[in-house]
Design a protein around this ligand. Structure first.
Ligand code: TYD
Ligand code: MG
Length: 457
């Protein structure tokens, strides 16, 4: 029975609906996110037939009686991508990959498609480029004679029909925002279209066992465009990030039902596509021949690998309302650290502009960066460089205490391996046995760390 279409309002953040327009989404409380869409009449949807197989009543079993099955993973042949995926692709797994335009999503996926095409049927559906453009990229990547099947298509029904005919084991939809379905009255690219198309493709992936990668656009704010529900319906969410001016690219898992999150993969964009960087520990250091004021090297731990990243700070006399800006670090955290610096170490920056940057376009979310940020700020303020071969890490609390960072030993070993000689670390991270070539100063309080940095520089 066909019901009449009527207008509803859909939240672009969470996908929640409301019968009338409201300034605030009733589901997620976001402001100004409700957009007018035409409600779909139920039952007329052809794709619902496809899903029907999944709607059969499933038996109920006691958990203890269910045999745990580990999913088989197929490596993609790109080691750094496999690392974030948790070992490789999983049959029926749906991966959403987001990132700024031009960061290299299509390049990475084309490389993965080509590598996988040697062992399984693969399909590349492109809605943004023509087949000729894809061929040009493949040529540039040195993938002549590739067996990747390509379809330039944006209509959902046609894509699903192709998937049924070609039966690929690995399929890439580039991008989900370009896909639209005739069955929906809302405009292509709208929240309802993106959400419904992603949901259908997910169902097809689950029922056919085809690993599906959806490429997603990123909004100005850095979130995946389209409703947040996209992130809920897929198994894995990856973000591709990096500074388009530098050649390094990081791929990060935000959610992964088949592996660990916070693992990162590192690539370098070259003339011939993306190359994995298997030993990335020192790529985020800038090359000063002599130490400069306002710079402090941090050992951060992303996933399982320690990375050395340079934190730069510039403290400069500001106007009546001084600015606090940070690139790659959390700005609220910076404000908090400045307050701690003032209150517990007596260093005031309230009349100064403070800029902080993590070199190389890397984004650091772990609090273990705190100590390095504080030391870089005090170094800039005093105009005195920290000594050569200096590293620091540790979380700073509001009471001025320096808290330990996870896996301190690994961080220190990596720093020693790369020739660093002096380290300021939280007391609990001080190793029991000395580490060759590294002088370690263990601190408990912020003022101790600042005092120590002063005496060293
Ligand atoms: P692309 O994969 O098209 O980005 P996205 O799909 O995320 O929008 O990446 C395009 C950029 O990468 C473009 O600026 C050119 C650059 N590039 C290289 O430097 N080397 C290469 O081999 C290729 C294919 C692209
Ligand atoms: Mg692209």
């Amino acid at each position: 029975m066909a019901t009449k279409d009527k207008t509803t309002y859909v939240c672009s953040e969470c996908g929640g609906t409301s019968a009338k327009w409201l300034g605030k989404c009733p589901s997620c409380n976001a402001w100004n996110t409700l957009q007018e869409t035409r409600a779909e009449a139920p039952g007329k949807n052809r794709m619902q037939a496809l899903a029907r197989g999944l709607n059969a009543v499933q038996p109920v079993t006691t958990l203890a009686d269910i045999e745990a099955a580990d999913v088989a993973r197929t490596p993609t042949g790109l080691e750094e991508l496999d690392r974030v995926l948790g070992g490789g692709i999983v049959p029926g797994g749906v991966v959403l990959i987001g990132g700024d335009p031009g960061i290299g999503k299509s390049t990475l996926l084309l490389q993965a498609l080509d590598a996988l095409s040697r062992s399984m049927p693969v399909l590349y559906v492109t809605g943004e480029e023509s087949g000729a453009q894809v061929a040009m990229r493949a040529h540039r990547l040195g993938l002549d004679g590739s067996k990747v099947r390509v379809q330039a298509e944006i209509q959902l029904e046609n894509i699903i029909a192709t998937m049924e005919a070609e039966r690929p084991s690995f399929c890439v939809i580039d991008s989900i925002q370009t896909v639209f379905s005739d069955q929906l009255t809302s405009a292509p690219g709208s929240v309802a279209q993106v959400r419904e198309c992603a949901a259908h493709l997910t169902r097809v992936a689950k029922s056919s066992g085809c690993t599906t990668v959806l490429v997603g656009h990123v909004t100005k704010e850095g979130a995946l465009a389209g409703p947040r529900v996209l992130e809920h319906i897929v198994d894995t969410v990856l973000y591709f990030e990096g500074d388009t001016h530098s050649s390094f690219r990081l791929i990060r898992a935000i959610k992964n039902r088949f592996g660990a999150v916070n693992e990162i993969g590192v690539f370098a964009m070259t003339e011939k596509g993306l190359k994995g960087v298997s030993n990335p520990s020192a790529i985020f250091l800038s090359t000063h021949s002599e130490p400069v004021p306002g710079s402090c090297v941090l050992v951060t731990l992303e996933g399982t690998r320690p990375l050395l990243v340079e934190i730069q700070a510039l403290v400069d006399s500001g106007g009546p309302s001084p600015r606090r800006l940070s690139v790659g670090l959390d700005r609220d955290r910076l404000a908090m650290l400045l307050a701690v610096l003032h209150r517990h170490a007596g260093i005031a920056c309230f009349d100064q502009d403070v800029f902080v940057n993590a070199v190389g376009g890397v984004r650091i979310s772990e609090p273990a960066a705190d100590l390095a940020v504080l030391l870089a700020i005090q170094s800039s303020l005093r105009g005195r460089a920290l000594p050569k071969g200096f590293i620091a890490f540790g979380e700073v609390g509001l009471a001025g205490e320096v808290r330990p960072a996870p896996r301190g030993q690994d961080r220190l070993k990596e720093a020693a391996k790369l020739g660093f000689t002096v380290a300021v670390v939280p007391k609990a991270n001080a190793p029991k046995k000395p580490i060759d070539g590294l002088t370690i100063h263990a601190v408990e309080r912020v003022e101790e760390a600042i005092e120590l940095a002063r005496s060293l520089s």
